[in-house]
Design a protein around this ligand. Structure first.
Ligand code: TYM
Length: 332
């Protein structure tokens, strides 16, 4: 079985619709066909200041949501990044193989550091993509299911892996991004030229999966569209309507072309009402399940303990080989 690995930050508590459609939904599907490793990346989360109690709660909440989304600990390895020390250990080696200029070109770093300001930007935020390189290479992942915003980090991973292989001998699988075209980038409901984002979207622009379904329906109904009235897919000229159309297509399993046809002669209100219904029908049971899982923190911790054990078995082996290749003496 080919292997997949991916991660999601626990920050913000609730996942949003972009996280689900861009990534987590594919994770659920890939666990059936692939040897799948999925993690909650708490080490990545602290690149931006986090309150310790909130972080603890968010990590459990993230696991609860992944289970609610259909991840099955019997079918995949589900773990917390900080439980597997090999991530930071391999990251150091990869830090020493990554150029400063190369790391400086990461657009997520540029965006996030601009937001944090010079004083608020930590070295951790800068080396974050290199920790992600280690995340992926430790498991020899063939594919990495993510949204479009993570493509550059997967490309960096390929470059650094190829460099290691060239320097020290064939050691790492070069991973490919697994990005579905239709859901690669879900847009902000209020600002449909920007992606839906935990850190950048306004409250009204973002669909939080754990919000009251009623609140979500309201947000969808007040999504920004345009001054025309035709329901037509045209991301350039009609980004708002196009975003609603692709959301609707993805969630109902129909095509955008079919939707265009069925909404011929109808107004934006009809599309919004239908989409609000489709989203809440999905989100209401999801939310109920997630909150139920959250009610039993001991069970969540048990899932993570088992996941960490399985993850460490793989990660430990890769790390030992990498350390040896680099020239570190074994500790005996
Ligand atoms: P994170 O936590 O920001 O996002 C989790 C996943 O959601 C996707 N995503 C979106 N997809 C489509 N449209 C959107 N508007 C949207 N917003 C977010 C992201 O692309 C991502 O797949 N650095 C990563 C986490 C990570 C990771 C890894 C991923 C750490 N190590 C190793 C893969 C492999 C991140 O911050 O994702």
């Amino acid at each position: 079985r080919p292997r997949v690995l991916s991660g999601i930050q626990p920050t913000a508590g609730s996942f949003h619709l972009g996280n689900y459609l861009g990534a987590v939904r594919q994770w659920q599907q890939l666990q059936e066909t692939h040897d799948a490793f999925y993690m909650v990346v708490d080490l990545h989360a602290i690149t931006i200041p986090q309150d310790p109690a909130t972080l603890r709660q968010s990590s459990r909440l993230a696991v609860a949501q992944l289970l609610a989304a259909g991840l099955d600990p019997e079918r995949c390895t589900l773990f917390l990044q900080s439980h597997v020390p090999e991530h930071t250990q391999l990251a150091w080696v990869m830090n020493c193989l990554t150029g400063f200029g190369e790391a400086s070109r990461m657009t997520q770093f540029k965006d996030k550091s601009a937001k944090q300001g010079a004083e608020g930007t930590t070295v951790g935020l800068f080396t974050y993509p290199i920790l992600q390189v280690a995340d992926i290479l430790l498991y020899q992942a063939d594919q990495v299911p993510v949204g479009e915003d993570q493509r550059q980090h997967v490309e960096l991973t390929r470059d650094v892996a190829a460099r290691f292989n060239h320097r020290f001998g064939e050691s790492f699988t070069l991973p490919a991004p697994y990005i579905l075209k239709d859901t690669a980038k879900i847009y902000d409901l209020q600002d449909p030229s920007s992606k839906m984002s935990k850190s950048a979207s306004s409250e009204k622009g973002i669909v939080w999966l754990l919000d009251e379904p009623k609140k979500t329906a309201k947000k969808i109904k007040s999504a920004v569209t345009d001054t025309e009235s035709e329901i037509r897919y045209d991301p350039e000229k009609k980004p708002g309507v196009s975003n609603l159309l692709s959301l609707c297509a993805t969630l109902t399993g129909s095509t955008v072309a079919d939707l265009e046809k069925s909404y011929e002669g109808k107004g934006y209100g009809a599309l919004k009402t239908d989409l609000a219904e489709v989203v809440t029908e999905w989100v209401a049971p999801f939310r109920a399940k997630a909150l139920e899982y959250l009610d039993d923190p001991a069970a969540l911790d048990a899932v993570l303990a088992r996941g960490a054990e399985k993850a460490r078995a793989v990660a430990g082996e890769t790390l030992a080989r990498a350390y040896d290749r680099v020239g570190f003496l074994p500790p005996v």
